[in-house]
Design a protein around this ligand. Structure first.
Ligand SMILES: Nc1ncnc2c1ncn2[C@@H]1O[C@H](COP(=O)(O)OP(=O)(O)OP(=O)(O)O)[C@@H](O)[C@H]1O
Ligand SMILES: [Mg+2]
Length: 399
């Protein structure tokens, strides 16, 4: 039905503009509120995650830091604009150059920055560990800034260090306990050079008492004393290394030498338990890279376990066979003719605290396995062909 325009209510343009203005104001207030809520959410999220965010304006060489980033770095809360140079000054002096090099290399190609380093907080100087990541913001094929985050990972790092220190303590206790099982054998081994020293000293005195004194024989006796004294001294310092709390040091070493040292402290225990020792060594070529104390610990535990397994009521001849074979790597096997391992226990022998021995800690093989893994190998077990067990591992050969 046609309408007459005169029938329509008159719209006052001023009223309409005012109405629009109110509507826009309400919208603006709503948007502001939503923005504030989202900023607050971001602030809280950053705080919960110990993660601060930042923009790095390349041309101005300025960092714009979030409130949480200021808190992590110990900057005054309002101080959120900081020159890159001043920001770099907060990095730990030992880490700074490496971080700056990584950042420069990433910026040169517009790549992602990933760094992990320590900082010294500006307010209290406390050292904290930071994991940082930054990405370039590309606009029209160019970038003028990076946006990134810095996460305070201090508590994770400290926990990791504490776990590592506890593992090292446990390994040392386990080593000392195993060495403790060989006390009688060790005492015997050290006693031998001492007895020889006493005998040589007596003989040398008698050569000197002759008329005329027999100097050449006395000298030969004294030279023997020096050699035997050195043997006992080396044995004792080797034992000190095994029981001392030292940081692992990687070095080039001959695995046969490691086996030789372990046999020198367990030899009389092997004899006392009437075990026949079969040695087949790889010789001068058996060079690997490793920590001597840790590798001695592995061999020591394998040998003591083998001796234990053969003492427990088997009637078969007791044979301990240690072999090193050099091919692509150096393969070491320690085989015994003991009671063997039940099929269902094969997977469990490497578990921490798994033991079938009275007074055993059950940590020996768990520690050995992680030592060998840290050296780039794998410790495995199999049934020996004529009963007993055979433990083996291979390590990469070093020239
Ligand atoms: N050569 C072996 N023959 C048979 N069983 C073995 C042999 N070696 C280890 N086992 C079994 O694996 C278990 C775990 O060995 P592991 O060396 O880890 O601990 P443990 O010798 O019992 O105690 P410790 O912590 O003092 O070394 C042993 O208790 C034993 O049951
Ligand atoms: Mg053991």
């Amino acid at each position: 039905m046609p309408t007459d325009r005169a029938d329509l209510p008159r719209v006052d343009p001023l009223q309409q503009a005012l109405h629009e203005l109110h509507r826009t104001q309400a919208l603006l207030a709503q948007t502001e509120q939503a923005l504030r809520a989202s900023q607050e959410l971001l602030r809280q999220g950053e705080h919960f995650n110990n993660t601060g965010s930042m923009r790095y304006l390349l041309q101005q060489d300025l960092m714009v830091c979030s409130e949480e980033l200021c808190r992590i770095y110990g900057l005054a809360p309002g101080n959120n604009l900081i020159r890159h140079e001043d920001f770099a000054a907060l990095m730990h002096p030992d880490d700074r150059q490496a971080v700056l090099d990584t950042v420069a290399a990433a910026i040169a190609i517009g790549g992602t920055i990933r760094v992990e380093h320590r900082i010294c907080r500006r307010d209290d100087g406390e050292v904290r560990y930071i994991s940082g990541i930054g990405k370039p913001v590309w606009v029209d094929g160019a970038f003028t800034e990076y946006v990134g985050t810095a996460t305070d990972i201090t508590s994770q790092r400290r926990t990791e260090y504490a776990v590592r220190a506890a593992e090292a303590d446990l390994a040392r206790v386990s080593r000392a306990t195993t060495v403790g099982q060989l006390t009688a054998s060790i005492a015997h081994e050290i006693n031998q050079p001492l007895m020889s020293i006493i005998a040589n000293a007596g003989a040398s005195l008698r050569w000197l008492d002759r008329d005329p004194p027999q100097l050449a024989q006395a000298r030969a006796g004294l030279e023997d004393i020096v050699a035997e004294g050195t043997r006992a001294g080396n044995m004792i310092s080797g034992l000190q290394d095994l029981t001392r709390n030292t940081e692992p040091v990687l070095q080039r070493l001959n695995l046969d030498g490691i086996i030789g040292h372990i046999l020198s402290i367990s030899r009389s225990e092997i004899e006392r338990r009437e075990v026949a020792l079969q040695l087949s060594l790889g010789g001068p070529a058996a060079w690997v890279s490793g920590d001597p104390v840790q590798l001695q610990q592995v061999l020591l535990n394998l040998v003591v376990n083998a001796i234990d397994a053969m003492s427990a009521g088997t009637t078969r001849p007791r044979v301990l066979s240690i072999r090193t074979v050099v091919d692509a790597g150096v393969r070491v096997t320690v085989q015994d003719s003991g009671m063997g391992i039940a099929p269902e226990a094969m997977d469990r022998v490497f578990d921490a605290f798994y033991t079938t021995k009275e007074g055993g800690m059950g940590m020996g093989l768990a520690i050995c396995r992680s030592i060998i893994a840290a050296h780039g190998g794998q410790l495995t077990v199999a049934h020996a062909p004529d009963g007993g067990a055979v433990f083996g591992f291979s390590l990469p050969l070093v020239p």
